[in-house]
Design a protein. Structure first.
Length: 214
């Protein structure tokens, strides 16, 4: 990892990005940030003990088609990209005396844009998982089996968007020959963090080590 100051971890929801990114940051002594903290888009449409689903979020997933949901989130990520690029560039060019490194994770790290970065000292990896595994993770997190039909509809919309997003992402990652790790087997975050660090260290350009998918 000598010389790498920014590690980007992309992928769709429920691939383990946040947990793995925190583990990578701890391992490297870098700061951790999520692109969700830069600007919010309608997120997960199910409640937690600390959070109730706003009506507009439920309506977003209930009323839009999957094509409309994808168009909405991709437009959001396109508008967010200049802020991401500025953040990455600032950390990558800061030098050893300019503060610590950064691990940045989020679905907004679209592979086509990340692969176009020309700043030095930057690595990128995308996390993916089998569709059945992702669906099971979402339904377990949402408590889907305990929901009424009207409560399930927004979760179904979220899941449809999530799977379509990964399908598009996989196509771009494959076409550009970018590095990705499959998290379907549920291996521990520390193990995945070690793999991310190893892949990042081997990259000769942002997102590219030549190893492809693992």
């Amino acid at each position: 990892m000598d010389g790498v100051r920014v590690v980007l971890i992309g992928g769709t929801s429920h691939t383990g990005k946040s947990t793995v990114a925190r583990a990578v940051a701890d391992r490297l002594g870098f700061a951790y940030r999520s692109t969700d903290g830069l600007a919010r888009h309608p997120g997960r449409p199910w409640p937690t003990p600390e959070w109730r689903v706003p009506p507009h979020v439920a309506a977003h997933y209930r009323s839009l088609t999957v094509d409309e949901l994808i168009a909405s989130v991709l437009d959001h990520y396109a508008r967010l990209w200049p802020r991401i690029e500025e953040l990455v560039t600032g950390h990558a060019l800061a030098g050893p005396d300019g503060g610590g490194g950064l691990v940045l994770e989020g679905s907004a790290l679209w592979p086509g844009r990340v692969a176009g970065l020309t700043v030095p000292h930057t690595a990128a990896v995308w996390l993916t998982a089998d569709e059945e595994v992702l669906a099971a993770r979402v339904r377990a997190a949402a408590g889907y089996d305990r929901m009424e039909a009207q409560e399930r509809a927004p979760v179904d919309g979220f899941l449809a968007r999530m799977l379509r997003f990964q399908s598009l992402l996989l196509g771009t990652v494959g076409r550009l020959g970018l590095d990705r790790l499959d998290t379907s087997d549920g291996r521990e975050a520390d193990a995945l963090a070690g793999e991310v660090v190893a892949v990042a260290a081997a990259q000769h350009a942002v997102g590219r080590s030549g190893a492809g998918s693992r």
